[in-house]
Design a protein around this ligand. Structure first.
Ligand code: HEM
Length: 535
């Protein structure tokens, strides 16, 4: 549809009549009235007062009063771009169809339009982009089978493995509800009770916690999904985006320096690169595992605090993504964009990963609140193929999602009066057999420290040094009890790791590596004392 160029009436189209001095470029109200004075409010006499019936003014100011929608509860600060995904037609050396029948991967050189949004996680929508924080990497594929969203982060693992802990994790990381200041005492209070976070913390407090910008970072789906082929066979799959531009991370010192000059450097970098025709590109790789528990592994393949060792589960390239178009309007296309882990296409399925299952409820739920019940009618979110539903009405209904030949009276199914009908496509569903006691319990192979220790040892020296400095500085304001607990956990990851953080905090270690009791004696219980009231 076009605005303002013509009006359709009962008698067909008629030309918009412009009075003299008006054209299509003339400023109007949203009601289409030409605006003749946009500088002065209508007032009684030159000096006022203003009058309430001034529709033009009220329309303008009240729309302004409603310019914001609630920002995302996490990942509020972000930017994005459009582009395409192009298939290789293979997963490594094998035809990709052996593993998935998802059409978005099939054939060679097939392009699917995408929308990507990059973000930081914890702070508000205008916060600095230099902060230590995971980076979001969300991709919406507008595929021929409808939308597929791959909602990932730059880091390949996460803090927790059960969605029920997410609100607590985020509350600990977000500003204190009293002081409104992010507080390491609260963060490490939570982390000291969360051994599964050690792997993520080891990444996050190293330079990997501050990517130089969005172009120079990886992406990962983090959670374990499934691929389903035409026979209904399933594979467990993890997704990874590898930047063709390379990877670059910042030390805390470099980030501090940059933040003093520009707190939107990552947004600016992406926007300007695309404007200059320097289009960023990522290759999409997958790791595959036969569906199953894999008891032979020392971790659970559904545990998102773990990496799947690359030697055992090689990265198989399946395609590449190029970002080549900036949004025309940030709010319409990026702020209102809605990504969710539930948005899969045929040939993909959910695994029992408890984080993935919780996330899948959370995203669409928050979007119905953040944007509105009809958020999928917005052009940025709606699939680029036909949509025909029996869903009707609700706040801000923009159009009726009806089929071209659907009887508009029939918004239900089944019907004999030309309503919508189910697809006749026959597919072999993936039908996993599930049996078990309904219970709340931890998974068996928690193995919280091993991969964190491996990570510590494979870092380069400068990365390890920065990690230690950052942890020591961040733990300084914490109580000795929390410091001790954290050091003990770093110790369990790697003795050198624990020792260096502990020594940085002034702890003395005995020969056998345990902390000197003199230090332990200083440990005072923090129970009942709020961090905000310390001192
Ligand atoms: C955004 C929930 C874990 C990546 C969000 C939003 C919610 C949410 C409510 C805001 C969405 C919106 O307003 O549109 C959760 C829950 C999690 C979880 C409940 C754990 C149970 C993760 C993990 C990742 C991740 C593990 C990384 C793989 C993202 C990204 C965004 C986001 C990238 C921003 C999407 C965008 O750019 O619009 N999450 N999240 N989240 N989350 Fe999660």
């Amino acid at each position: 549809h076009e605005h303002g160029t013509h009006v359709e009436g009962a008698g067909g189209e008629m030309d918009q009549r412009f009075t003299e001095g008006e054209s299509e470029e003339t400023l109007t109200t949203s009601q289409g009235h030409p605006v003749r004075n946009n500088q002065q409010t209508r007032t009684v006499g030159k000096r006022g007062p203003a009058t309430l019936e001034n529709y033009e003014f009220i329309e303008k100011i009240s729309h302004f009063d409603r310019e914001r929608v609630p920002e995302r509860v996490v990942h509020a600060r972000g930017t994005g771009a459009h582009g395409y995904f192009e298939t290789y037609g293979k997963a490594g050396d094998e035809p990709v169809e052996n593993y998935t029948r998802a059409k978005v991967f099939s054939g060679e050189g097939k392009k699917t339009p995408v929308l990507v949004r990059f973000s930081t996680v914890i702070h508000g929508k205008d916060s600095p982009e230099t902060l230590r924080d995971p980076r979001g990497f969300a991709v919406k594929f507008y595929t021929e089978d409808g939308n597929w969203d791959l909602v990932g982060n730059n880091l390949k693992v996460f803090f927790i493995r059960d969605a029920i802990k997410f609100p607590d994790l985020i509350h600990a990381l977000k500003p204190d509800p009293v002081t409104n200041i992010q507080d390491n005492r609260r963060i490490f209070d939570f982390m000291s009770h969360t051994p599964e976070a050690m792997h993520m913390l080891t990444f996050l407090y190293s330079p990997w916690g501050i990517p130089a910008n969005y172009r120079l970072m990886q992406g990962s789906g983090v959670n374990t999904y499934k691929w389903v082929n035409e026979h209904g066979d399933a594979w467990l799959v993890k997704y990874h985006w590898e930047p063709v531009q390379g990877i670059k991370n910042l030390t805390q010192e470099e980030a501090d320096e940059l933040q003093g000059k520009n707190f939107s450097h990552a947004t600016q970098d992406l926007y300007e690169s695309i404007e200059e025709g320097n289009y960023p590109e990522w290759e999409l790789c997958v790791q595959l595992m036969e569906d199953g528990e894999h008891k032979e592994l020392d971790f659970d393949p559904l545990d998102d605090t773990k990496l799947w060792p690359e030697e055992q589960f090689p990265f198989l390239k399946v395609g590449r993504m190029v970002l080549n178009k900036n949004p025309e309007n940030h709010f319409a296309e990026i702020e209102q964009a809605a990504f969710g882990t539930g948005v899969l296409v045929d040939g993909m399925d959910f695994s029992d990963d408890k984080m993935l299952q919780g996330r899948t409820f959370s995203y669409s739920d928050t979007q119905r609140y953040r944007i509105g019940a009809n958020y999928l009618q917005l052009p940025t979110n709606s699939p680029k193929k036909h949509v025909a539903t029996n869903q009707r009405d609700g706040n801000m209904t923009y159009h009726v999602d009806q089929g071209p030949n659907q009887n508009p009276h029939v918004n239900y199914e089944p019907s004999s009066y030309n309503g919508l009908e189910e697809s006749e496509q026959v597919v072999d569903y993936h039908q996993p057999y599930v049996e078990g006691k309904l219970q709340r319990s931890e998974i068996d192979r928690t193995n919280d420290y091993k991969q964190a220790g491996e990570r510590y040892r494979t870092f380069e020296d400068w990365e390890r040094n920065d990690l230690i400095t950052n942890l020591v500085n961040s733990l300084k304001p914490c109580t000795p009890e929390i410091q001790h607990k954290m050091v003990e956990m770093f110790w369990k990851c790697d003795a050198d790791y624990g020792r260096r953080v502990g020594e940085g905090l002034g702890m003395k270690f005995k020969e056998d590596g345990t902390v000197d009791t003199e230090f332990a004696a200083e440990i005072t219980p923090t129970k009942g004392k709020l961090p905000g009231s310390v001192g």
